[in-house]
Design a protein around this ligand. Structure first.
Ligand code: ZN
Length: 359
């Protein structure tokens, strides 16, 4: 993090100063947050887009941060308020405040943009850049977060629905099914009320634990030690009712095992997962990587339309609870190295090799 910070000791080159002056004359809002201009005659500093009259070039000094300007004794302009957070981060912050307060389910992007004095496309871009989510997804995530907090605090579903502004219970069921993979009734902290059956099978890669609810697969773990695998499941779903059983999902287990051996999928495995909207997008994208092939974290980020989200993509891969089904083993480092794998690098290697030979 600190590495990306501008080094304040670094002087501003004449070339940069010329660029800053052009942006200042154009009142370019895209330059906001990249530098401030300080006016020697008034001891005031402004953001590049300040609507006030342009000062004379010879009176202007540039600083990369407002802190530097303030250290030199300049005060923030009252018109453009350069000391308040601006740019995409500030915009998203204000939008999130509005969304968090609103119980209006139908709060539209257009309204939101109007209230914030931004265009819809600016707002959409800012959301993607800062949070990795579209405004609607973030609004939904915020609402679900509040909903979950109310449930945890012991509110009834009806009260929680009412207080988070959901129109009807059927809608929240619909959405939480899509977004959490769990219905509100089972969504209590750690999957309380969730019935999870698991079974452990042998495979060429060692033991495979498959856990599922009646709605879909919730975990696929690889390892050598059965008790360790069961313990991990308990950590992922601490309050679920967990029992050794595979009644009703033998077919899913068989399918997982065949994929462990590198075989092509026979049908789409239903999943029952807790995930953020972003994790879900990444996991879907991973499912598009052909068997035996690899992508880098950066390539996945690019195909999501968020080239800067490389680290977030890596995190989403690392937290994937259903290995094999969501093939995070097909993601590698930029330099071609395999990078990490929750279940061990040799398993990753072996998985890719068997997929290639079965292709
Ligand atoms: Zn100003």
């Amino acid at each position: 993090m600190t590495r990306t910070r501008t080094n304040p000791a670094q002087p501003i080159t004449p070339g940069a100063a010329a660029r800053y002056w052009r942006a200042t004359r154009a009142r370019d809002p895209r330059a906001d947050g990249t530098f401030v201009l300080a006016v020697r005659s008034t001891h005031i500093y402004c953001r590049p887009s300040c609507p006030a009259r342009r000062p004379l070039r010879r009176n202007v000094t540039f600083f990369r941060t407002r802190e530097e300007a303030e250290r030199q004794g300049y005060r923030p302009c009252l018109r453009c308020r350069p000391n308040e957070i601006s740019g995409p981060v500030g915009l998203v912050q204000r939008a999130v405040d509005l969304l968090a307060q609103s119980t209006d389910e139908s709060l539209r992007l257009r309204q939101l943009a109007q209230t914030l004095g931004a265009t819809q496309s600016t707002l959409r871009r800012a959301f993607l850049q800062v949070t990795g989510l579209k405004p609607r997804e973030l609004a939904e995530a915020l609402r679900l977060k509040r909903f979950k907090a109310l449930m945890r605090a012991g509110k009834s579903i009806t009260d929680a629905l009412y207080e988070t502004g959901y129109g009807s219970s059927s809608r929240v069921y619909e959405r939480s099914n899509a977004q959490l993979g769990m219905t509100p009734a089972t969504y209590r902290k750690g999957g309380l009320g969730m019935k999870l059956g698991y079974t452990i099978a042998k495979s060429p890669l060692g033991k495979v634990l498959v856990a599922a609810t009646e709605r879909g697969v919730s975990a696929v773990y690889l390892g050598d030690d059965e008790s360790k695998l069961v313990a991990e499941l308990g950590e992922e779903y601490p309050r679920a009712e967990i029992a050794a059983a595979s009644n009703g999902f033998e077919r899913w287990v068989k399918e997982v095992l065949s994929r462990v051996e590198g075989q092509p999928p026979h049908f789409e495995l239903p999943l029952d997962l807790q995930a953020t909207a972003f994790q879900r997008r990444v996991w879907k994208e991973l499912q598009r990587i052909p068997r035996g092939r690899t992508r880098t974290y950066a390539q996945v980020a690019r195909s999501l339309g968020q080239p800067k989200a490389v680290r977030a993509v890596a995190r989403a891969c690392a937290t994937n609870p259903v290995s094999i089904v969501v093939p995070c083993h097909r993601v590698i480092r930029e330099d071609g190295a395999l990078a990490g794998y929750r279940w061990g690098l040799s398993r990753k290697e072996q998985l890719l090799a068997s997929e290639r030979s079965a292709t």
